[in-house]
Design a protein around this ligand. Structure first.
Ligand SMILES: *[C@@H]1O[C@H](CO)[C@@H](O)[C@H](O)[C@H]1NC(C)=O
Ligand SMILES: *[C@@H]1O[C@H](CO)[C@@H](O)[C@H](O)[C@H]1NC(C)=O
Ligand SMILES: *[C@@H]1O[C@H](CO)[C@@H](O)[C@H](O)[C@H]1NC(C)=O
Ligand SMILES: *[C@@H]1O[C@H](CO)[C@@H](O)[C@H](O)[C@H]1NC(C)=O
Ligand SMILES: *[C@@H]1O[C@H](CO)[C@@H](O)[C@H](O)[C@H]1NC(C)=O
Ligand SMILES: *[C@@H]1O[C@H](CO)[C@@H](O)[C@H](O)[C@H]1NC(C)=O
Ligand SMILES: *[C@@H]1O[C@H](CO)[C@@H](O)[C@H](O)[C@H]1NC(C)=O
Ligand SMILES: *[C@@H]1O[C@H](CO)[C@@H](O)[C@H](O)[C@H]1NC(C)=O
Length: 209
């Protein structure tokens, strides 16, 4: 709570080095802006205190400081995924979901239904790692979260209440910011494919460096 208030303030202050923050589920380590263009935002090793995450009906929440961004989720079923290659399936990068996007900055709650991926090893009780990849004006950025999947996971009311979309103004004047709440109830579960090919190749090119 404390942390999310702080990062909200940073966003409203128009911090241009803010990149994006993964607010839920909890990332591998504290945010380091300079490291965000690197694999897992600079945290190469798996954490041992994994978050329990629902096998179906999940979501992740990011705070994005730039307009015109897209976010996708890579998934690894390895116990210690410590390179981009560990997030490959049989046909290259293994996506848990394709691109969600918006023209404006703000806080976004994005559906992530892992049971729909049909990826071998993504099942009840499995340890997996998700890598959120965001592209939007400041290169390709990454944050990872180490998870244990649970079929019987239920979101608390408090966690559900955080699942809203909030628009932030792009101007640097804090006073002109007018947040508007999105509908927390309408958790869309469909894949958003538009722009996927172009952005995927941009992401792929960056990964080859
Ligand atoms: C999942 O990871 C935890 C450590 O984070 C480990 O104790 C546990 O044995 C792992 N479970 C499986 C099924 O590998
Ligand atoms: C894991 O442990 C670290 C160090 O105690 C803590 O900062 C972090 O919040 C924990 N992460 C999770 C997902 O519980
Ligand atoms: C974001 O995209 C919209 C339309 O797609 C465009 O009108 C706007 O200029 C873009 N903003 C930036 C900062 O690129
Ligand atoms: C992983 O996938 C990427 C993108 O499809 C590809 O460039 C890379 O060579 C793959 N790595 C391995 C070890 O297969
Ligand atoms: C928030 O916006 C993202 C990106 O447009 C979208 O994928 C998601 O479904 C929205 N979430 C809610 C709770 O409306
Ligand atoms: C997963 O499998 C189901 C049933 O075969 C299918 O309807 C669905 O489209 C598949 N999902 C993906 C993402 O391939
Ligand atoms: C969920 O299932 C696990 C393992 O099957 C069990 O240990 C745990 O108590 C269950 N949790 C809830 C909330 O039912
Ligand atoms: C949280 O939201 C999910 C999905 O809409 C719902 O199934 C669940 O009952 C909600 N939890 C609470 C405590 O209301």
């Amino acid at each position: 709570m404390h942390r999310s208030i702080l990062s909200t303030l940073a966003l409203f202050a128009g911090a241009c080095t803010a990149h994006f923050h993964l607010n839920y589920p909890e990332p591998r380590g504290v945010f380091v802006g300079d490291k965000e263009p690197s694999f897992c935002g600079g945290y190469t090793e798996v954490t041992t205190n994994r978050s329990t995450f629902p096998l179906s009906g999940g979501f992740f929440r990011i705070q994005q400081a730039h307009p015109n961004w897209s976010a996708a989720v890579l998934i690894s079923t390895e116990q210690d995924p410590n390179s981009f290659d560990a997030f490959n399936g049989t046909n290259g990068q293994q996506f848990a979901r394709y691109w969600a996007k918006a023209d404006f900055p703000g806080q976004f709650c994005i559906p992530l239904d892992l049971s729909n991926t049909n990826i071998t090893g993504v099942r009840d009780g499995a340890n997996v790692t998700i890598q959120i990849a965001v592209t939007g004006g400041d290169g390709n950025l990454y944050q990872c979260a180490d998870l244990t999947l649970a079929e019987n996971f239920t979101f608390t009311q408090a966690l559900n209440d955080t699942c809203t979309n909030t628009t932030a103004s792009t101007t640097s004047t804090a006073g002109s910011t007018s947040p508007t709440s999105g509908s927390g109830a309408s958790r869309v579960t469909s894949l958003q494919l538009s722009g996927y090919v172009v952005l995927l190749s941009a992401l792929g090119a960056a990964m080859m460096l």
